[in-house]
Write a protein that binds this ligand. Structure first.
Ligand SMILES: [Zn+2]
Length: 326
């Protein structure tokens, strides 16, 4: 099996079967949350398909096609994603891709295009993509990567074969994390996955970077502000991590506080225990409201439209300070 992640094996096998039976679909929709390695899957599959000397399941790594692929210069492999300074994938990117896909392939006969974060297309972009899906040319495959199927128009979905690459088997992911990070105990690994909302690669990064230390400091700070031992400013000015990461940790803490009011945590993890302590005299209605507001800010940051982050953080800090009931 190619060097993909365990939770992707089934989809890879299914694609290979279609390939062997010469009924590979033109359009493929791959859905998975970010942090689960769908990019690697798309690259691996692309390299396999383009390889001139492939085995039954893997690319060879030595042929001309593989060498070009690994150098990132294969003429028949196209990777489309939103430009960093843009909010969306532009229609020009799709038009350019379409004309490239209709050129004769240079090497092995296949042409592959990957659209990363397909949900970043606008209506015009989807229309252009739809035309390409309807008249793809022979030996062409489009791999559409998306976090959520629901964000993709039905007209696009109906022209694609769909594969779910979400890491849903918790035990499988925990085992994989244990293999990757042998110097962490089960409890730390389990918490890393929890704080990463089940995204395996994010959890691995958490473990490898020892993010638990910074998170614990952040939780202390939250706690100090909560009990009035520190000013609001110390929270909104917090420089432990980037605002996006800070908001993710904050949202996680608030979610755990809400959860702890309904489920008794059995984990010995100190951070979870601390969240449960904080929740004891919290106003649940305000917790829900704060969580909604943090999620909204996260969305704005992801879409690159967040305005005046210091002011937003001040506002959230004020909301946080009011959650504790006297
Ligand atoms: Zn090869």
């Amino acid at each position: 099996m190619a060097s993909i992640f365990p939770w992707q094996n089934l989809a890879y096998k299914q694609l290979q079967q279609s390939y062997e039976q010469q009924r590979l679909p033109h359009g493929v929709l791959l859905t998975a949350q970010s942090g689960s390695g769908v990019e690697l899957f798309a690259r691996n599959w692309g390299q396999f398909l383009l390889c001139q000397n492939q085995t039954s399941s893997e690319h060879c790594g030595r042929c001309k096609s593989c060498l070009l692929f690994e150098a990132g210069t294969h003429p028949d492999f196209h990777w489309i994603e939103r430009h960093e300074d843009k909010k969306q994938i532009s229609i020009d990117q799709i038009r350019a891709l379409t004309s490239q896909l209709h050129e004769t392939s240079s090497l092995s006969g296949w042409r592959i295009a990957v659209i990363y974060q397909t949900e970043k297309l606008n209506a015009n972009g989807y229309n252009a993509l739809l035309k390409t899906l309807e008249e793809p040319g022979s030996n062409t495959q489009l791999l559409l990567l998306a976090e959520q199927r629901s964000a993709i128009p039905a007209t696009i979905i109906s022209r694609c074969q769909q594969y779910n690459l979400q890491a849903t088997d918790n035990q499988q992911v925990l085992n994989w994390l244990k293999q990757q990070s042998t110097d962490h105990n089960d409890e730390s690994i389990s918490f890393a996955l929890q704080v990463s909302h089940g995204a395996p690669l994010d959890a691995l990064q958490w473990l490898q970077n020892n993010e638990q230390d910074s998170f614990s400091q952040f939780l202390e700070l939250l706690s100090d502000v909560y009990y009035g031992r520190q000013t609001l400013l110390s929270l909104s000015d917090c420089k432990l991590v980037e605002p996006y990461q800070l908001l993710k940790w904050w949202e996680f803490t608030v979610s755990m506080m809400i959860k702890s009011r309904h489920i008794r945590f059995t984990s010995e993890n100190k951070s979870l225990q601390r969240a449960a302590e904080l929740a004891e005299n919290a106003d649940e209605r305000l917790l829900f409201r704060l969580r909604d507001n943090i999620l909204f800010q996260l969305k704005e940051l992801r879409e690159g439209i967040a305005l005046n982050m210091p002011m937003q953080l001040d506002d959230l800090a004020t909301q946080w300070s009011k959650i504790r009931q006297a």
